[in-house]
Design a protein around this ligand. Structure first.
Ligand code: MLT
Ligand code: ZN
Length: 465
């Protein structure tokens, strides 16, 4: 079976269209090297028709397909497990931005284009492509759609789902669904594209998309504030919102242990002199009076005793420096060691209470281990990790109990254990504890209806029956 599929794909996709297994090691593990797997090789189509042909070849030969974008995911959804013969499908050669329509404020692009390329194309058209996160230079449109990726601008502009107006998808049987409509309103039956967004490549392969652009803010100001106490977080968030009607575009929580690490590693100057347990990085984006409103808000917050110290970036370089600090938290997140990692969300007003409860649980279950959190608190989305620098073995031994307890706390707080990274291989079993059986059954039915042979991304997202 295996040599057959390799020959058939190499013939159909032509030069550069097929890489054998020995050449794709970097694609068989994620960048944190948490998930590894194996594949027969990597198909690299250059068009939707070639994707469809590759899918048909694999379907005929009973070979599974895992689609991989920029391989920046954190849940293992793009790494084939190797449990069954699998072809890795990369859309890296499908990276054309096909149309920028300023009148409609839309971009039509192939799935392999990077998030950064879309951002740059939008700015060239005096518009904003809003999705943004640290891996913008590698993460692709297709991967972001497949995981419904979030990032720092969700607070103002929504997730990937909110950006997508139309999709083109190759189905499990090789048919192409052209859903590339660009209508802000379309109530003509089921909104099928929503199934493929966050579908993690399990029911179809997104090959092209029409996405929204937004007005480019004519002004934006970023501030960094040292919180007096985590207990002041909700009040500061409320103050930021009330001082920036519609203009609060980011509100990120950073912990001192992360800031200290990034500052030490990258030689970034500490933004404020005060050393606090927690900091907030926030941005107002809009037009008139953005700077004045931000300063008024910060002085109100200082007078009210919510913050110890704060700074507003005055230059682009200062602003870039503040956001670099945030970007690099991602890279340093596990402090180079093992971490019990979460991409959770709870209602935004329960962040501080959640952190207290989860930290108490960590101390109880694994005394000496370190709860570490940063993230998009404006969305209730925390990247929460339990660490134990220098002693991975103890943490690994405690990991099962920690996960069981923290999952339960998240659900008790009416939250989710996956907010913006998807379920992938990491959470496919644990999600069964979060969703009612009827919901899991509906998900399985959708999978069976659209991929009856189970060819697309097996072992990802859905718990076994
Ligand atoms: C981020 O917000 O930096 C990303 O979601 C990545 C991460 O969780 O580490
Ligand atoms: Zn994030």
């Amino acid at each position: 079976m295996s040599p057959g599929v390799a020959t058939a794909l190499a013939d159909r996709l032509g030069p550069g269209g097929w890489l054998p297994a020995g050449d794709i090691a970097a694609h068989l593990t994620d960048f944190r090297k948490v998930f590894t797997g194996s594949a027969l090789g990597m198909a690299r189509p250059t068009s939707t028709d070639e994707v469809a042909a590759a899918v048909r070849i694999c379907a005929d030969l009973g070979v599974a397909i895992t689609t991989q974008g920029g391989n920046t995911g954190l849940s293992g959804g793009a790494i084939p497990s190797g449990d069954r013969p699998t072809v890795l499908l990369s859309l890296a050669r499908m990276h054309t931005i096909e149309a920028v329509n300023a009148a409609r404020s839309t971009i039509t692009a192939q799935a392999g284009v990077t998030i950064e390329a879309l951002q740059q194309e939008a700015v060239a058209a005096d518009r904003l492509f809003a999705p943004d996160w640290g891996a913008r230079g590698s993460a692709t449109l297709g991967g972001a759609i497949a995981t419904n990726a979030g990032g720092i601008n969700v607070l103002r502009y929504g997730n990937m789902r909110e950006q997508v107006l139309g999709l083109e998808v190759v189905l499990a049987d090789g048919r192409i669904w052209d859903g590339l409509r660009a209508l802000p309103k379309d109530n003509s039956g089921f909104d099928l594209k929503q199934l493929f967004i966050a579908g993690e490549g399990t029911i179809g392969i997104v090959t092209r998309a029409v996405v929204r652009m937004h007005s480019l803010p004519t002004a934006h100001r970023t501030a960094f504030a040292a919180l007096r106490s985590l207990a002041n977080l909700d009040e500061l968030f409320a103050l930021a919102r009330s001082h920036s009607p519609g203009a609060l575009s980011a509100f990120e929580l950073l912990p001192e242990i992360g800031v200290a690490q990034v500052v030490g590693r990258y030689g970034i100057i500490r933004p404020v002199a005060a050393v606090a347990d927690w900091y907030v990085l926030l941005r107002f984006s809009g037009a008139d009076r953005i700077g004045d409103n931000l300063l008024t808000m910060l002085s109100t917050a200082t007078d009210a005793g919510l913050v110890l110290d704060a700074v507003v970036a005055e230059t682009t370089a200062q602003e870039d420096n503040l956001w670099l600090l945030r970007d690099e938290l991602t890279a340093t997140r596990s402090f180079g060691g093992f971490g019990v990692k979460y991409d959770l969300a709870v209602p935004p007003d329960r962040i501080a209470a959640f952190l207290r409860t989860a930290s108490d649980a960590v101390e109880h279950i694994s005394p000496g281990s370190l709860p570490y959190a940063f993230g998009h608190v404006g969305d209730g989305n925390l990247h929460f990790t339990v660490l134990r620098p220098g002693d991975d073995a103890t943490l690994e031994a405690d990991a099962g109990d920690l996960r069981a307890a923290i999952d339960r706390i998240v659900w008790d707080f009416d939250g989710t254990i996956s907010a913006e990274h998807g379920l992938g291989r990491e959470l496919r079993d644990r999600i069964a504890g979060q969703k009612p059986e009827v919901e899991l059954e509906l998900m399985r039915r959708v999978k069976r209806a659209l991929d009856p042979e189970g060819t697309l991304n097996p072992g990802v997202m859905l718990p076994d029956d």
